[in-house]
Design a protein around this ligand. Sequence first.
Ligand SMILES: Cc1cc2nc3c(=O)[nH]c(=O)nc-3n(C[C@H](O)[C@H](O)[C@H](O)COP(=O)(O)O)c2cc1C
Length: 208
Amino acid sequence: MTRALVIDSSSRTLGSVTRTLTQKFSAGFSQKYGEESVVYRDLVKSSVPHLSADTIEGFFSLQPTYRAKRATVLSDLLVDEFLQADVICIGVAVYNFNIPSSLKAYIDQIVRIGKTFRKQGDGRLEGLCQNKKLIILYSMGGMYQDTEMDFIKPYFKALAGFIGISDVEFIAIEGTSRLGFKLEEHIEESTMRIETLLDLGNSEVEHA
Ligand SMILES: Cc1cc2nc3c(=O)[nH]c(=O)nc-3n(C[C@H](O)[C@H](O)[C@H](O)COP(=O)(O)O)c2cc1C
């Protein structure tokens, strides 16, 4: 079965541009692959804790203490959920040129040695998340996509590459804080792009 993991990270639960886009994605995906095909995670309603010393010990120690093992239980669950998805779609509200801290806390729990990447015999690192597609739906008040101030694209490209995902797509809505910003027009245009991606996703997932 083709599965999507859809993640929201905007602190706004009302009037959020990225939440509107992730809903469009979820609706399109479940229409195409069935109601059961989408797993949804809201990082604001159910926040993920920051890494603790015990969690880090649990990740890296060859003989973790009982306490450290317990500290990775949530990470185990999040990693399984991530690995089971063929497509991961993340709504990213840009905060202070970066991703929301709720999302960073989540990423720290799923980028994990031996699970989503591994160290090879020669010491080189290898991503373990091949054959997945990552779709980043991001929204920013300003207008600087693809300039040196846009840290979202380079960050996700590097991160995805690190865990073995080479297929990364971005849809950005810019200028949401600007006077005269026409939300409906932007949502419509982005929804069309999401629909196009879903068609592409279909053929790629089927050939995988
Ligand atoms: C705390 C905070 C920080 C923000 N920082 C930036 C920023 O650095 N650059 C930017 O272009 N917009 C910034 N914005 C505007 C948001 O990116 C914009 O409102 C976006 O639409 C948020 O996504 P959402 O509509 O899904 O909540 C910020 C908004 C907030 C609330």
